[in-house]
Structures are given as C-alpha cells and as structure tokens.
Ligand binder design. Structure first.
Ligand SMILES: *[C@@H]1O[C@H](CO)[C@@H](O)[C@H](O)[C@H]1NC(C)=O
Length: 404
C-alpha cells in the first residue's frame, strides 16, 4: 500500500500493533473511526483513526507493514518547515502512546510458551498492546466505566469533551462529504466547577456525574491551577508513573468513584504498571474457565477483596511481568464485539455473533479459519524491553518539545 497523500509512513508490522483491535477494546474511548472510501488493502479494515490532542488532531491509517500518520492543526497553519518539526513531535507522541519500543511479538512468544490458552488466540488477536494514555483522561474515562459498556462509555466521554472543551478544529472525513469537529479532553479545573454535576447528570452520566466533579475538585484543591499548559493536577497524576504500584494505587483510591478495579485500570493503562490485572467478574470467569480457578460459572460471585487478590495472583503466575498486557489480549478475545474479528467467512464451527460460548473457548479446538498473513518479525534483540522506563523517555522528550 502506497503512503496516502499528506501522510508520513512508519514501518510497523501489524503483529506489533493492530489499530482495529487496540483502539476498540475498551482502553481508550475517544478515537474517531472513519471508513475510507477506497480500500486499498483488503486484508485489513479500511479505516482512518483520529484523536484530538491539546494542540492537534492525529490521523492514522494502517497497512500490513506500515503505520501512516499525519497531524491537522488549527489556524494559522504551520509553514512547511514548522510542519516538519510538528510531524516529528507527532512521531515521538506515537512512539510514546503506543509504547513502540516494547517488542510485542517477543512478549506474545513468551506468553504462548507459558500458556496454551494464549497460544490458541495469539494468531487471530495479534497486535494488541497496552496504550500509554494520558492519566487524567484515563482516570475520568474509567470513573465513567463503572457498571457500563464500551459503546456507552464512548458516548459519555465524547459528550463530556464536547460540553467542556472548545472545538480545536474541524476536518473533512476521508471521503470529503462531511465535516467533523474535534474537541480536546477538558482539564481538571474545568470539571471541578460545582455546576458540572448537574450538567453531566442531564447528559446521562447518572451517579458518575458527582464522582467526576468531586474527583476534579479534590485534585484542583490539592494541586492548584495554572494559566496555560498542563495543570498541576495532571502533572501530579503523571508523576505516579515513578511511584511504586501499591503507593500509586493508594493515592488513586483517595479519589471519588475510584475503587480497586478502576484504580488498577489506571495503573495499567496510563501509569506504566504493566503487571497489574484489573479483575472484574468477566476476568474472574476467564480464570475459572481456562486457568483452573475454583468458582462457579453460573451465579456471579461478589467481588470480595480476597477473591480479587486470588484471581490476580493466579493470572500473574500464568503470565509473568507483563501480566496486565497479556490479560488485555485474552479480555479482547472474549468481548462480544470481537466475535467475528479476524474471521472473514464464518463457518459452522467458527464463532458467530451472539454465540453463548466465549471466544477463547470456541477457538481452542480449531485454529482460526483464515489467519491473517504472517507479518514481518522485528528482531527481538534489537528492541530493549525496558527502555520506556528510562529517565529520558520519549514522554519526557515529547513534553519538552510541546513546551517550546
Ligand atoms: C450498553 O448499555 C446501554 C445502557 O445500559 C444499553 O442500552 C446498550 O444496549 C448496551 N450496549 C451493549 C452493546 O451492550
């Protein structure tokens, strides 16, 4: 697939990152997914993915072997020279957000060697990696996630941005027919206003409305606000990346609407705690069905702190250091919305939408009917696993660039 006009190409095999899976599996709720008018590669979904950051909209497309990216900016438009620098910033952001210095295919091989259930799903559910999200956005999104589903959380997060954050810019969709308006995620000081509770309730947030306002208020009271740039509360949340898991969790649990599971989602998805597995009844059921965990598949057991710890330590034993990452592959393979993912022609033996059996279970006896062509493998040794934790990480470099 040739590089689309206006885009830059980053060589990246699908096995390292599958946008179609990663951006829809309940990690982030703010990406727009737009169909492309002329699919040029029939083996992968023809879509463009867009995310509004503070100062730009990042647009992505993907082929078997490359990630294509471009940024859109509000007026005044950058000069060609400025644009080059800005796209270099976007590339740094992509490296950081998708944690591209972590070799996913090496991790998949390690998990498959430890776990036959994992080896049964790895081909069909390739390229599922943990995003490294903005902790503030991640926190508010997961306060919305309690007793909720992916499509409804997505609607809530999008209406929150529209309500509380001025539009940054408008862009045509890829077919050029419609215009979409993009809003960044609102900062803590805006959501701390007392009127936020009633407004969010009227937008259908229910009891989560008060939790969002109170959490924002707790953070702003503790850390203050600034005139411009990222607020102190956001920087404080991000600083928890450098704090031990148990201590970071204890800090998150002081906020409103944040219980153990929501805290663990934030630890895993934006605070670099790769070993953390957020346990809910769904994960509990996976542990019972596939990992010999004792318990009933019928009546849902209440999630006690002891049960939570037991499921967690069982699964950490199975998967090791990057257990949280492995869990998200199994979790995605078990989502109803992924029932026909990676399968082109449903056959009588393959899972179909609405099937009562879980995806993991249906996949075990037979390999996927039409596995995706095997992409290029990156040399494992050339990609250090721990480099994202080094002090001068890409995140720091991106932040410095942004401040300029
Ligand atoms: C998500 O939840 C809403 C409200 O409870 C419900 O109407 C909707 O059908 C659910 N969607 C899915 C995909 O389960």
């Amino acid at each position: 697939m040739a590089t689309p006009a206006g885009f830059q190409a980053l060589p990246l095999p699908l096995i390292q990152l599958s946008l179609a899976a990663v951006l829809k599996c309940g990690q982030s709720f703010r990406w727009s997914i737009l169909p492309l008018p002329m699919p040029s590669d029939p083996t992968i979904p023809a879509q463009e993915y867009r995310l509004c950051l503070r100062d730009r909209v990042v647009c992505l497309r993907q082929s078997q072997t490359a990630l294509f990216y471009r940024s859109a900016f509000p007026d005044p438009q950058p000069s060609p020279t400025q644009l080059q620098l800005r796209e270099a910033e976007t590339l740094l952001w992509l490296n950081d957000y998708f944690q591209l210095d972590i070799d996913l295919s090496k991790l998949y091989d390690e998990w498959a060697a430890r776990d036959t259930v994992f080896s049964g799903v790895k081909e069909r559910f390739g390229g599922i990696r943990m995003l490294r999200q903005d902790p503030w956005e991640n926190l508010i999104s997961f306060i919305c996630s309690s007793n909720n589903n992916i499509s409804r959380i997505t609607k809530m997060v999008q209406s929150l941005c529209k309500q509380y954050s001025p539009a940054l810019l408008s862009l045509h969709d890829p077919s050029g027919h419609e215009t979409h308006t993009y809003h960044p995620f609102p900062p803590p000081s805006v959501l701390a206003a007392p009127s936020v509770t009633a407004t969010l309730r009227s937008l259908g947030f229910g009891y989560r409305a008060g939790y969002i306002q109170k959490t924002a208020q707790i953070l702003v009271d503790a850390h203050g606000t600034t005139e411009a740039g990222r607020e102190p509360s956001e920087l404080w949340l991000e600083s928890l990346r450098g704090v031990a898991t148990a201590d970071a969790r204890a800090e998150l649990l002081k906020l409103m609407g944040v219980g153990r599971k929501v805290a663990d989602c934030i630890l895993l998805m934006s605070l670099d705690k790769k070993e953390v597995i957020p346990v809910d009844t769904h994960v509990h059921q996976i542990a019972i069905k596939h990992y010999g965990f004792k318990g009933s598949l019928k009546g849902k057991s209440p999630m006690t702190p002891k049960l939570y710890e037991d499921v967690n330590s069982k699964l950490v034993d199975v998967w090791g250091d990057y257990a949280g990452w492995a869990h998200s592959v199994l979790f995605t393979s078990d989502l109803k919305s992924f029932a026909s993912y990676g399968i082109q022609e449903p056959t009588p033996s393959s899972p179909v939408k609405g099937s009562k059996r879980s995806r993991v279970e249906s996949l075990l006896p037979t390999p996927p009917t039409t596995p995706l062509p095997s992409p290029l493998k990156r040399k494992a040794s050339s990609v250090p696993l721990e480099s994202s934790n080094e002090p001068d990480s890409l995140a720091e470099r991106v932040k410095r660039l942004r401040r300029k």
